[in-house]
Design a protein around this ligand. Structure first.
Ligand SMILES: [Zn+2]
Length: 182
C-alpha cells in the first residue's frame, strides 16, 4: 500500500485564528499599548497585506502598533501560521530536525525560530545599546609560540598582555536607558 501524501499542515491553518492566538497569548487582559502600557487603545484597521493582522492606536500616547509589534514574530519572512505551528511542535518536544521536516524548512531556520521563541513571544526589554568602551567576555589568546621567538616579538609578548589587563580593568558595560516619554 502506498504511503499517503504528506499533509501540508501549515496550509490547513487558519490565519485569523493564528492572529487571535497571538492576541490572546500576548494580551490576556485585553490589548494594551507596548509603548506606554495604556489600555486606552482603539482599533485602527488592518494590515494592508495581512487582513487578519489588527492595527491599533493608543489614545494615551498616540502610538501606533499591531498584533505583532514588539514580538519575535514581527518582521520575519515566515508566515505567522508557521511560527504558531513551530510553537505547537515545540510543546510536543519535537526536535528541530523533526519540526523542520514537518514545516518543510531547513534545520538552521527552525533552530533560529525555536531559539527566539524560547526567549519569549514578546520582547520585554528594548535592545541594549552599547556605547563608550565595551568589554567582550571571552578572548582567546594563543598560549605560546614555542620555537618561534620571532613570532613572540611580533605579537608584543607579555607587555601587550599586561596592557590589555589594565585596559580590561577600566572597561565596562554601559547600558543606556531609554528615557520614558510617558
Ligand atoms: Zn501608548
Amino acid at each position: 500500500m502506498a504511503a499517503p501524501d504528506l499533509v501540508n499542515i501549515s496550509g490547513l491553518m487558519d490565519d485569523a485564528k493564528c492572529f487571535a492566538f497571538v492576541r490572546q497569548h500576548r494580551w490576556p487582559e485585553g490589548v494594551c499599548c507596548p509603548g506606554c502600557g495604556s489600555s486606552a487603545v482603539i482599533r485602527d484597521g488592518c494590515d494592508d497585506t495581512q487582513p487578519h493582522r489588527q492595527r491599533y492606536r493608543c489614545k494615551a500616547c498616540a502610538g501606533r502598533f499591531d498584533d505583532l509589534t514588539g514580538t519575535v514574530l514581527a518582521g520575519h519572512h515566515q508566515p505567522l501560521r508557521v511560527w504558531v505551528l513551530c510553537l505547537y511542535f515545540m510543546g510536543l518536544n519535537l526536535s528541530n530536525r523533526q519540526i523542520a521536516g514537518e514545516l518543510g524548512l531547513t534545520v538552521s531556520d527552525v533552530q533560529a525560530m525555536t531559539e527566539q521563541l524560547r526567549a519569549g513571544l514578546v520582547a520585554k526589554t528594548p535592545a541594549v545599546k552599547l556605547q563608550d568602551e565595551v568589554e567582550i567576555d571571552e578572548v582567546y589568546v594563543v598560549a605560546g609560540h614555542k620555537g618561534q621567538p620571532k613570532e613572540v616579538a611580533k605579537r608584543g609578548g607579555s607587555g601587550a598582555a599586561a596592557s590589555w589587563q589594565a585596559r580590561r580593568a577600566e572597561a565596562r558595560w554601559r547600558r543606556t536607558s531609554h528615557p520614558s516619554s510617558a
